[in-house]
Design a protein around this ligand. Structure first.
Ligand code: PMP
Length: 301
């Protein structure tokens, strides 16, 4: 790619010129919201669901996005087109904007909207074949009454702290528990387990983001005849599961083969996990908002 264009508050600027003020409260206080979205074969996967979550997060923190839902859809699609991408990862950021050094958001004049679309850096194939090692960490998931995990805010310190713990423990990903010890999610992905052919995932009210991949997998699993139960479970249930997997926009569906040094199942990615990954990959190429007219789309695939 020649040069990358980033949408920055109303215009497309080159990557090297895409800068924001050090007085932006997104930078000073993590005051803002964001989304991570994927493009597959020129189609933006579940763009409406991502935008709904973005607007709901913004509404919750009384941040007014200065574009309508339809305008944001067009801005995102245009960012993909402008960079001539077929497969991409999109980052949408809406920050409170520039204010003074106090934390009061009312000093901020105008929210800032940023859309970045980059060719995807996929996780290595070996990670899917081998599966991940995961460790539960001491840091608990934000309590929903302190900072709701449903607000996809720019303050990701809770998740960063658990990722640091995972790095120090030498595992690939962290398992976050809530204040009662129930399993919630990974640092940036939802968790599922399989036991006796039934698929389980924690209800989001325990303290997990309602992942768009999570919801897609629940639908796919049901359509493929599996029983899915959203119910609380503990680390013990994870240790004795037949299969464990994580879901997320970046990671899609990835097997977990070890949790807190307990081998999961036979220590290899499970059959149901692999089946759902296959089905998911079929779904993402068929589904989504098209960025290109038919002829142009072909040129970039
Ligand atoms: N949980 C957290 C904390 C996340 O940041 C993400 C990534 N957005 C997910 C779960 C997975 O959500 P999604 O499938 O919408 O990417």
């Amino acid at each position: 790619m020649e040069s990358q264009y980033i949408f920055l508050s109303g215009e497309f600027v080159k990557k090297e010129d895409a800068v924001v003020s050090v007085y932006d409260h997104g930078f000073l206080y993590g005051d803002g919201v964001f989304e991570g979205i994927r493009v597959y074969s020129g189609n933006v996967f579940r763009l409406d669901a991502h935008l709904k979550r973005l607007y709901e997060s913004a509404h919750s923190i009384m941040l007014e996005i200065p574009y309508t839902f339809e305008e944001m859809t067009e801005i995102i699609v245009e960012t993909v087109r402008k960079n001539e991408l077929s497969s991409a990862y999109i980052r949408v950021v809406v920050s409170r904007g520039r204010g003074n050094l106090g934390l009061d958001p009312s000093t901020c004049s105008q929210p800032r909207v940023i859309v970045i679309a980059e060719p995807l850096a996929l996780y290595p194939k070996e990670m899917y074949e081998r599966g991940l090692k995961v460790g539960s960490v001491a840091t608990r998931r934000n309590r929903p009454d302190v900072l709701s995990p449903q607000i996809k805010s720019l303050n990701y310190l809770n998740n960063i702290l658990v990722k640091l713990e995972a790095n120090q423990a030498g595992v690939d990903e962290a398992l976050m528990l809530n204040d009662q010890g129930y399993v919630t999610e990974g640092s940036a992905d939802n968790i599922f387990l399989v036991k006796n052919g039934v698929i389980y995932t924690p209800p989001v009210y325990l303290g997990a983001l309602e992942g768009i991949t999570r919801n897609a997998i629940i639908d796919l699993a049901k359509r493929n005849g599996y029983e899915v139960r959203e119910q609380p479970f503990t680390r013990h249930d994870v240790y004795v599961a037949d299969e464990v997997f994580l879901t997320g926009t970046a990671v899609e569906v990835i097997a977990v083969i070890d949790v807190d040094t307990r081998k999961i199942g036979n220590g290899k990615p499970g059959q149901i996990t692999n089946h759902l990954l296959d089905e998911f990959r079929k779904l993402v190429t068929e589904d989504g908002v098209k960025c290109y007219p038919e002829t142009k789309e072909k040129a970039f695939v």
